[in-house]
Design a protein around this ligand. Structure first.
Ligand SMILES: *Cc1c(COP(=O)(O)O)cnc(C)c1O
Length: 409
């Protein structure tokens, strides 16, 4: 993969104010504006510099293990009896998911900016681990804020971060979960902005984060496009990816935007079903999801009639979020991408089938994409092709799945 291929195309959005049509932008307190302006300028300079992409490209190759393979899922395809299914194997990226692509991209930018310190927040711990990994590799001091409730629930990831040399700070305010950790991380950033970068983990937040995270995750789609042409002789008929904040999905979708015959399908967390209200399907439920601002960006937000953020539910922590990346909302308005959802139970079925038929234990997030494919593939002709983004591996989810299967039995 050459730097030319890695560096972003001249695809027009976002505009200069970070807008994707009516979505995106920068809705933050005045105190954050200078830090965002500095980041925007630093990223613009890096983005235009081939040496920056060369360096990232080399880290992707020699450290992450890129390109990750595309695997033809022969037995799953036969079992479902329709489309031929291919898997883009982000589960094989170092540290077990696509999140490392973004963490390394931003950490490299931190070095360029001459800063010595990173802050981040984490809920389930996956973004914290990816950030701690990148910080260890590049020798950057790292502090991760985590709600005390989440720390108790995610002890192995807390220990991983500590092993990697990161300081994990417990947050005891509010609900002691992700949103409180975000507040603390941002407070730290504003206080120490001279030395510190805030490393955001998905295609979310104020400009330039949604664009920058997308650019770092585009490597997934760039590789997959070339691999499909080489291995299947043509592009897929559809690409399916799970959507939490939206970074793995935009990463694989973006290099295919101009390929009009390739359907791009995002799968949200259907939780206990849309009727139950216990889900995180931001695009599926107009009753509780509408335009709003959350964490600095305008997009679809799950909220009550007073604009209070709704409580979401998913069996998979990475998909359990009240808002969705602004570029997804815009691409959906344009009719270029489609969104559907997969319930907890259907995701568990996908998890089980992929493990049994392919010897691949997926992350519960990725199992949502597989869950949708269980419905979709049988309706398609045998000479059609589906490409699924397998965003991560399932080791982290074994406890959750064990408990859930026990309850079903
Ligand atoms: C965090 C995570 C996700 C969800 O985040 P996106 O930004 O929507 O990609 C999906 N899969 C895995 C394995 C994750 O760790």
């Amino acid at each position: 993969m050459s730097a030319k291929n890695l560096s972003p195309t001249d695809y027009p959005l976002p505009d200069a104010r970070g807008r994707f049509g009516p979505y995106g932008g920068r809705f933050v307190p005045e105190t954050l504006m200078p830090a965002l302006a500095e980041l925007e300028a630093a990223y613009a300079a890096a983005k235009a510099d081939p040496a920056f992409w060369d360096e990232l490209d080399e880290l992707f190759r020699a450290y992450v293990g890129r390109p990750t393979p595309v695997t033809y899922a022969r037995r799953l395809s036969q079992h479902l009896g329709g489309a031929q299914i291919y898997l883009k194997r982000e589960d094989l990226a170092h540290s077990g998911a696509h999140k490392i692509n973004n963490a390394l991209g931003q950490a490299l930018l931190v070095k360029r900016m001459g800063k010595q310190r990173i802050v981040a927040e984490t809920g389930a711990g996956q973004h914290g681990v990816a950030t701690a990994t990148a910080a260890a590799l590049l020798g950057i001091q790292c502090v991760v804020y985590m709600g005390s409730v989440d720390m108790a629930r995610q002890q192995p990831n807390v220990f991983r971060m500590k092993l990697l040399g990161t300081e994990v700070r417990s947050v005891d305010s509010g609900s002691k979960t992700l949103k409180d950790a975000i507040n603390e991380a941002i407070r730290d950033w504003v206080t120490n902005v001279e030395t510190t970068h805030y490393l955001l983990g998905s295609a979310l937040g104020p400009h330039p984060y949604p664009m920058m995270v997308r650019d770092f995750q585009r490597v997934i789609g760039i590789e997959a496009r070339a691999q499909m042409l080489a291995q299947a002789g043509r592009l897929p008929d559809a690409i399916v990816a799970c959507v939490g904040g939206g970074s793995n999905a935009i990463g694989i979708f973006h290099p295919f935007l101009d390929d009009e015959n390739v359907r791009l399908i995002g799968v949200e967390a259907g939780g206990l079903g849309i009727e139950s209200g216990q889900h995180a399907a931001r695009f599926a439920d107009p009753a509780i999801s509408r335009l709003g601002v959350l964490q600095g960006t305008k997009s679809f937000v799950m909220q009550d009639e007073h604009g209070q953020i709704a409580l979401t539910h998913s069996i998979s922590a990475g998909l359990d979020y009240a808002s969705v990346g602004p570029e997804h909302a815009w691409l959906r308005d344009m009719g270029r991408t489609e969104y559907t959802y997969c319930t907890d139970n259907q995701a568990l079925e996908g998890f089980r089938l992929l493990s049994e038929l392919e010897g691949i234990i997926p992350a519960l997030e990725s199992a949502h994409a597989i869950g949708h494919v269980l419905d979709m593939a049988p309706t398609m002709p045998k000479d059609s092709i589906l490409l699924v983004n397998l965003s991560g591996r399932g080791d982290k989810d074994l406890d959750t799945v064990m408990k859930a299967l026990d309850e079903q039995a």
